[in-house]
Design a protein around this ligand. Structure first.
Ligand SMILES: Cc1ncc(COP(=O)(O)O)c(C=O)c1O
Ligand SMILES: Nc1c(O)cccc1C(=O)C[C@H](N)C(=O)O
Length: 401
């Protein structure tokens, strides 16, 4: 159960001594190259080079250049991913565009356990376009698909349980019903191999601040399959997506390429930080990340089964490797207090209501020994009931962890 497995590239991250970070599924740790890249962005590119940076420092090309770098991590060939805006904005783009690809069809299918922003935006798009939303677990898809289905939109990894769905199988079933497939890859990109092109996915979105380690507020990204780029009708027609932005025309005409998925002026400082952060993946195969991630999640699950059931801890995450992402969720009494007691000991995971401790396992910077120590602390917190000893101010406004 205990493991000597080393982290894959801890020297590529700034990590605090004494902290075991199990929340890279929410905000990834900072890669070492980021501070210098941000300094350069501030002092040379902005302060010294000023507006000329759009041309001379490649600012205009950055969304597509970073898009291709992210594309390489999610199985997308060049020219299909653009970086920018938030996941929420990109979800709006994809859901409206998906529905527009299937005029006359009236249903959007989404995962009922999906992250709230996905659900809220699906509802809003349905209201806007007069569609019906059907909420299901992805395993129930076959019996809900029919000729009324315009699009299916699922997260590849469930943010709460860590369940991993079958990207290729779900996409194929959706296509067999004539519907459009949209994936939210927030909890998958950078954590495991994803094969968007190979599976024939239509549209996808993801954030960059979790396993891609792009930093707080890092811009999200959108994938539009090459084969759809001529017919897609994206709703957010900002001038950066215009075929000829500096012709400053009165009416919108989309760029022919993935450039049409740009919207407005991107957050350059965050994008330059993300560009540097992605260097952490240089030369590292996602198959190696996946193998190491599975070893770490196995380790947590085995420990919980052997040592923690006596404290009423239950593993929520699927045990089958093929159905598991890169975090493990443990259901337990007083999960919020346990999470806070662990943080006080330098083991940072997070809590998800109503009763889950969520442990994100990022093998680039986490070793088997880190996980051993974290699990021993968890056991001790449960055994000594340390979580009862401290008064925690539970903030209902912003309980991030
Ligand atoms: C599946 C999923 N989608 C979307 C988001 C967030 O969207 P945004 O980046 O717009 O805050 C998250 C996490 O915050 C998420 O887990
Ligand atoms: N995006 C976040 C934020 O803006 C604030 C705090 C946390 C987050 C997260 O990423 C939460 C995360 N998506 C989750 O799975 O719970």
């Amino acid at each position: 159960m205990s493991s000597e497995r080393a982290a894959l590239a801890p020297e590529r991250f700034v990590l605090s001594d004494g902290t075991i970070y199990l929340d890279g599924n929410s905000l990834g740790a900072m890669p070492v190259g980021v501070p210098a890249a941000v300094e350069d962005a501030l002092h040379r590119q902005w302060a010294a080079d000023l507006i000329t940076s759009w041309n001379d420092n490649g600012w205009w090309q950055l969304p597509a250049r970073i898009g291709d770098r992210i594309g390489a991590l999610v199985g997308a060939g060049p020219g299909q991913v653009i970086c920018g805006d938030s996941t929420s904005v990109q979800l709006f783009q994809t859901l409206v565009a998906a529905a527009r690809l299937r005029p006359g069809r009236t249903v959007l299918i989404t995962d009922g356990g999906g992250f709230p922003t996905d659900q809220y935006l699906t509802d809003s798009v349905a209201r806007l376009l007069d569609l019906e939303v059907v909420r299901i677990h992805p395993s129930e898809l076959a019996r809900h698909l029919d000729a009324r289905t315009a699009a299916v939109s699922f997260s590849l990894v469930d943010y709460r349980t860590g369940e991993l769905f079958d990207l290729a199988g779900v996409t194929a079933a959706t296509h067999a019903a004539g519907a459009v497939m949209v994936w939210d890859l927030c909890h998958a990109a950078g954590a495991l191999p994803v094969r968007l092109d190979e599976a024939g996915v239509d549209l996808a979105v993801g954030c960059s601040y979790k396993y891609l380690n792009g930093g707080p507020g890092a811009p999200a990204w959108i994938y539009v399959a090459a084969g759809l780029q001529a017919e897609i009708d994206l709703p957010l027609t900002g001038w950066h997506g215009h075929r000829s932005p500096f012709a400053l025309e009165q009416h919108y005409a989309p760029a022919a390429s993935i450039e049409q998925a740009r919207i407005g002026t991107p957050p350059l400082l965050s994008m330059l930080a993300l560009d540097a952060a992605l260097d952490a993946f240089d030369g590292i195969e996602l198959s190696a990340v996946r193998a190491a991630s599975l070893a770490l999640t196995d380790q947590v699950i085995a420990y919980a089964d052997e040592q923690l059931t006596r404290y009423d801890v239950e593993v929520v995450t699927p045990r089958a490797a093929s159905r598991r992402g890169s975090h493990v969720s443990l259901r337990m009494p007083s999960a919020y207090e346990v999470c806070q007691a662990l943080i006080a000991r330098g083991v940072i995971g997070d809590y998800r209501a109503p009763d889950m401790l969520r442990l994100g396992l990022t093998p680039l910077y986490l070793s088997g020994q880190d996980v051993d120590r974290a699990m021993a602390e968890l056991r001790d917190v449960l055994e000594t009931k340390a979580y009862q000893a401290v008064e925690f101010a539970r903030s209902s406004d912003h309980p991030v962890t």
